[in-house]
Write a protein that binds this ligand. Structure first.
Ligand SMILES: [Fe+2]
Length: 395
């Protein structure tokens, strides 16, 4: 398939576009390849020289598009108030889910079986919290502790999978099954020795081979539960299969992979990329999505990934952004009709000093005065704090 190239003015570039090159294609002003997604306004400054007026983009290669219709939008202060009202209950559910994850993974490590009776209400609560206040549920997915990855990953895998399942129009029954598969997708890791599981450095070939056994180990674990739906087992055992047939354990490709497993694969990779680990720094959601887009046709179901990118957007709730004027803010809510202009709560000055909180809807900045955009997504460690500390500003 040939890619449709389009020349646009540099001022019209937006994060999410794929810039092929800049220049006029003449001897004096040759095309200079850029060949990358623009992930932030800062990228425009970084990759395209000041004096350039036109760039060439790949028209159909875009990470996210604006939704034309929009529901009644709340103001930034209303968004902050409803987030702050919903967070205590969402946090309680999140903490409960985390302790459940610690428990079932501990049980598997100690040779005990997983108990489904405890998992079902947990999945139900997560489905409810998504329906009650989606920004609060997503915010908690980003406020994770780096030393609890094994457990937060079960919960976030679950949450991101359910978001995608809801968007695909799954009914409540299917959502429950998907949620259970996502909650237990890595249960087999409970059978992997922790020195391999939490090894900070590169795994040896032998250790890597052992790690790759976790889907099958998970299947063995879950088979002990009588009457568990086949779709749940397939979601677990096939979550590392890839659409090009290069995944594991069986090398299944395309439609041979169960839809649950395709959904979990996306949620799994997104959470892994955006998590801080002992051996890696956090990756911004925009960077994670652009990497996943690159792997789209080999690794993921293209329709599912496109949907996921649209749902999560470039600036999800609970993530830190730096505004054009240098101030740092937390995203409160995404604006459906303007995904690049979220509602934010400003917390730090350009000099990285705490400032009195100010809620701004970037999409509703009135005429007169300069419109402030999001410049980039910084790593919270730049402020000398972690996301857990930032969370206290939201309640
Ligand atoms: Fe896995």
């Amino acid at each position: 398939m040939t890619e449709e190239l389009k020349i646009i003015a540099k001022k019209d570039i937006k994060p999410g576009m794929f810039v092929q090159s800049y220049g006029a294609g003449t001897f004096r002003d040759p095309f200079v390849k850029v060949e990358r997604f623009i992930e932030s306004f800062e990228d425009i400054i970084k990759y395209i020289p000041d004096d350039i007026e036109k760039v060439e983009i790949v028209a159909d290669k875009i990470l996210w598009t604006e939704s034309p219709e929009s529901k009644k939008q709340s103001t930034a202060d209303e968004a902050a108030a409803s987030l702050s009202a919903a967070l205590p209950e969402s946090s309680r559910i999140h903490e409960e889910a985390l302790s459940y994850a610690r428990k079932f993974i501990g049980d598997v490590r100690n040779g005990k079986s997983v108990r489904l009776e405890e998992a079902e209400p947990m999945v139900g609560s997560i489905i409810d919290s998504l329906s009650t206040n989606l920004p609060a549920a997503v915010t908690l997915a980003f406020l994770k502790k780096f030393d609890e990855y094994t457990y937060t990953h079960c919960i976030n895998g679950n949450l991101f999978s359910l978001l995608l399942g809801k968007d695909l129009g799954f009914g409540l029954k299917e959502l429950y099954k998907l949620g259970l598969a996502a909650m237990f997708h890595d249960v087999g890791k409970g059978r992997i020795p922790s020195q391999v599981l939490n090894k900070p450095g590169k795994l040896t070939n032998g250790e890597f081979k052992l790690m790759k056994e976790h889907p099958m180990l998970g299947l063995t674990e879950l088979r002990k539960i009588k009457g568990l739906d086949l779709s749940i087992l397939r979601g677990v055992v096939e979550h590392h299969e890839r659409v090009d047939g290069k995944g594991y354990p069986r090398g299944l490709g395309g439609d041979k992979i169960h839809p649950f497993a395709k959904i979990i694969a996306i949620a799994d990779v997104y959470d892994a990329l955006t998590s801080v680990r002992v051996y890696k720094k956090v990756m911004t959601p925009a960077k994670a999505l652009s990497l996943m887009f690159k792997w789209k046709s080999s690794d993921f179901d293209t329709d599912y990934l496109d949907r996921f990118i649209r749902i999560m957007g470039i600036y999800p709730p609970g993530t830190l952004v730096q505004l054009e004027d240098g101030r740092f803010a937390l995203v409160l809510e995404t604006n459906e009709s303007s995904s690049l202009m979220p509602k934010v709560k400003v917390l730090y000055s350009k000099a990285k000093k705490p400032v009195p909180a100010e809620c701004i809807d970037l999409a509703a900045q009135g005429s007169g005065g300069k419109e402030i955009k999001v410049l980039r997504q910084p790593d919270p460690s730049e402020l000398g704090i972690d996301m857990q500390q930032l969370a206290r500003f939201l309640v």
